[in-house]
Design a protein. Structure first.
Length: 176
């Protein structure tokens, strides 16, 4: 297991669509997933996508505080409902946060790390936001593409106590 360098938005790989994984029974894929989990935790992120560590593959990990880590292989959004504005950041866009449009509920299907099909129905809140953010990464999309308005992107203090977080906005909804 290892912490990998996180690429920033000027790297072309972040604008490419990741390749689908054909088989999960593959030691290098398992190692990549473990390294991505280490890297996400080291950066205090809520999620990380393979292109962010230079691998153009359909693999992402998400870890919502106090929930089990979620490994998504070849994930696809099946359904989204509603629209909301949320604050968001990205480990690949350090030093900035922005206000973006996201869905209220998100349903996805994916494979887990063992190749078994999983489905997450009508996710809401931070999980919904993280699912959209990470699956966007696998399609070459950054949160900067979803800004509510050009001016809704701001610099944050370089030495802010708050760690850089991946998709960890403060969802603007009651109770979170
Ligand atoms: Zn990101």
């Amino acid at each position: 297991m290892a912490v990998l360098p996180i690429l920033t938005a000027d790297h072309a790989v972040l604008r490419q669509k990741g390749k689908k994984i054909r088989t999960s029974a593959n030691a290098s894929l398992q190692r990549l997933i473990d390294d991505m989990i280490d890297t996400m935790r080291d950066a205090y992120g809520v999620g990380l996508a393979a292109p962010q560590v230079g691998k153009s593959l359909q693999v992402a990990v998400i870890e919502i505080p106090e929930q089990e880590v979620l490994v998504l292989v070849n994930p696809e959004i099946i359904k989204r409902t509603g629209q909301r504005q949320v604050e968001e950041g990205c480990l690949s866009v350090p030093g900035y946060r922005g206000l973006v449009w996201r869905s209220e509920t998100v349903t996805i299907k994916a494979l887990n790390r063992r190749g078994k099909e999983i489905r997450i129905n009508r996710a809401t809140g931070l999980l919904a936001q993280a699912l959209e953010h990470e699956i966007d990464h696998l399609n070459g999309i950054l949160y900067l593409d979803h800004l509510v308005a050009h001016e809704k992107l701001w610099k944050i203090e370089p030495h802010a106590v708050v760690p850089e977080t991946e998709a960890a906005g403060m969802p603007q909804e009651p109770g979170r």
